[in-house]
Structures are given as structure tokens and as C-alpha cells.
Design a protein around this ligand. Sequence first.
Ligand code: UDX
Length: 477
Amino acid sequence: MEEKPLSPHVIIFPLPVQGHINSMLKLAELLSLAGLNITFLNSDNNQKRLLRYTDIHARFANYSGFQFRTYSDGLPEDHPRSVDRAWEIIEATNLSGGPFLKELLTDIRPTVSCIIGDGILGFLSDVAKKHKIPLIHFRTASACSFWTYFCIPQLIQAGELPLNGKEGMDRLLTTVPGMEEFLRGRDLPSFCRANDINDGFLQLVMNETVKSSEVDGLLLNTFEDLEGPVLSHIRTKCPNIYTIGPLHLHLQTRLATANGMKPSQSSNSLWEVDKSCMSWLDKQPPQSVIYVSFGILTVFTREQLMEFWYGLVNSKQRFLWVVRPGSVGGDDDSTKKLVEGIKERGYMVGWAPQEEVLAHKAIGGFLTHSGWNSTLESIAAGIPMICWPCLADQQVNSRYVSEVWKIGVDMKDVCDRKIVKKMVNDLMVDRREEFLKSADKFATSARKSISEGGSSWGNLDRLINDIKDMSSQAHSI
Ligand code: UDX
């Protein structure tokens, strides 16, 4: 009797931090929707938070081939798992994730068609090679930032790194192909500011990024109309690229297409969502509110918080501000008191349903840290941005927002109430038309890319077919 072929089975392994889990879960749902079996690897710590704050089990209950498997991230319970410790999170995951994955594969190897893993996790290549399983890297940040990571060896060779003080920060760089006209030292990823090129984090990102040219494919949460020029440079090194974003919009569209399932919005959160801001927004005039959120990892000093607060208040514009618990030095309670004085124009929450907020008709602008998910969510909603980048890819994203896409302004390295006020007014009033024109254009092309016949739609179909091929090849060995 002929043996029944096994269904394609993908292991998904994100770096265990919110921004990465968020987009990887969306990918997991898209692949599940296409009938693939998925094993999603999550750290114990993040799994607990995901279960506490989301309806994740109910959402994935629709997919019989989906399962979570959890591992210990190897960090002490009270570890903050915050930005200044990103290095420790990656190191700990390399130590604990590798053995966990090897053990898992020993159990389930015959059924695994491929691994889709975070490109920053170095052990994945070794494990995939040892078990002869195809590996696709998923880099959850922008293509433009990925390309700057990729070009770090050339920057070092040309003496453009280290940056060497203020002069180096403001100088245009010559060794990132395609960016010669606008990329300055200060627009490079934050870890390029290290004084020593042997800095551990710089070396780690550089070494792991070039490995993406050796794996079976590279997945990016972006779309061709947005990052086409830089993608053509990346393709010279990594020929098999799947651009399938914006993932949040893509997932909504595919869910709606398949059996009219209700679109899911931002329910991959590791924090408790305060939905009260939605009824506050309902009472505000159209496009009158600037949404302020600095993502998951940004931490402020109290002085920086006050500069933003005065800038926003003095701008006389309405604002909805997310102040994440623990994001400000000092106590959060006194932060809440700040907003009590300006109740009619300002509203503050600890964590917002961001995708819903950005899609609300009252929102007219976004003051953001330029994390890639936030940037894409804003682009998809056609909302212009003020960028105050904090780390890593965000420095590059913000330069693209202001100089390439022209959908906002870049406030990098400055935190001054007068500039905050000016930029808020530029975005909401004085230069509004100019920004809206470009923002509308990209929002339209974002929607086109994830519609049937669009580039991201086609690339996801190609990815699914390639995984099916990998599956049949694995089983014929
Ligand atoms: C960082 C990087 O900058 C990012 O590019 C990388 O890929 C992941 O790590 P992060 O701080 O996680 O960024 O920001 P971002 O990528 O913007 O993700 C934040 C996510 O949290 C977004 O999907 C956003 O919708 C969500 N969010 C944020 C909420 O749901 N509510 C909030 O109040 C704030």
C-alpha cells in the first residue's frame, strides 16, 4: 500500500522579545491558514505573558496543526529582559535554545519540512545543517536596516566605522550601496556608535547577518513598492527573498478572504491592553490627535519625559500617549498626574491596542520610536510620523521616513520641548498636506501588495509552495 504523504511541518523560532514574536506569530497564523502544520517555539516567560494578556489559544484553536512548544530562556526570573540587556537575551537564547531545538528535532525530525528562524540566532544554521533541514531566516526589521547591517564589514574596511565623534556622526557614508546620498553616521544602527569595532554586539550582528546569504531563503516583513531599490541590492547577496508584508494587514486580508473570518488585530501583546482610549478617541474630531508611543524597549529619563510633555502641551494639539509601565526613570504615578491637568486634550494609557488606534479616524499623526512594526502599521494606515529612534534598526528607519519616503520628520538625537512643539505642528498643521500626499500613496500601495495579485500576496503563495516542495523532498530521502 502507498504511504500517505506527511503534511508540511514548519518550526518557527523567534528571538524571545515582543517585536519579533509579534510578527512571527502573524506569519505562523498565515501559514496555518494555508493548512501547514506549525510548531511555534516560545520562551516560558513570554508564553506566560502571552496567555495572560491575549486570547491566543482561542485564536489558534481554529488550526488543528498548530502547537506551541516552550523552553526556558535561561535567564533568572527577575531579569528585566529589557533593551540594555538585549545582548544577554540573545546569548541566553543561543545557549538554551540550541539544545532545546536539537532535542525536539530528535523527537520529531521526520515530520519537519523546514525551520523559519530569527536571523540573529546563530545556532539555527548549525542545527539545521546537522539535521539536514532547510532553513529560512526571518529578519523582523526593515530591509533598509538589514542592508546597513550587511554592509558593516565594508564600513569598517573603508574606515567609516568607528564613527569617531560628532564629525563622523554627520558625515555622509560612501559604502552602503544605494544610500550614498542620504545616510549619515548617525543614521546607522545604534550599535554602530561603539567606539571599538570589536564591540561584542556589533560583531554579533555583523557575523549573524552575513549568514543570511547562505540559508535557503530570507523572509522580510516589507513590500516591494516601499523598499524595492534596497531589496535589489540585498538580492545580489541573498537571491531568494520573500517580501510578504505588511504582515498585520496581510493576515487581516487572508482571514477575511478565507471563510470571512474576523480579522484579528494586535492580539500578540505581552502587556495588558487598556481599551479605554478607544472611547476617548471616538469623541475627538477627525485627524486631530497625535498618537505617542515609543514601543517596547525604549526607556526615558524623567527629563526627557518632561521635554515631550511640555512640547506636546505647548503645541496645543490633542494627544494620546502610551507610557508603558517601567519605561520612565522615577515613579509612574507622578506621570499620570501630568495628564490630569490637561484632561480635555490629552489621554494616557499604559498600553494601547495600537493597530486599532492607528486605524481610528481621529488619529492624524504618530510620534514614534520607529520600531519596524510601528512604522509599518503607521504606513499601512496612512499616518505621517515624527521619529524619535532609540536603538538598532530604528535609526535607519527614521532616516527613510524623513528623507526617502517623505512621510514625516526625524527628531533623532534631540529631545527639546521647542523642537517637539515645532515638529508636532509641522506634522499636524503646517506641512500636513505634503506628508499626507506621500503617506496616502504608500498606504494605497501597501493595500495593493497584500491583495490578490499583489507582490506580497504572490510571495506568500510562493513561500507556501516552496515549503510544500521541501516537505516532499524531505520525505523522499
Ligand atoms: C524593536 C525593533 O525596533 C523592531 O524593528 C524590531 O523588529 C523588534 O524590536 P519594538 O520596541 O518591539 O522594536 O517596536 P515595534 O517593532 O514597533 O513593535 C511594537 C509592537 O507593539 C507593535 O506591533 C505595536 O502595535 C505594539 N504596541 C505598541 C501595542 O500593541 N500597544 C502599544 O501601546 C504599543
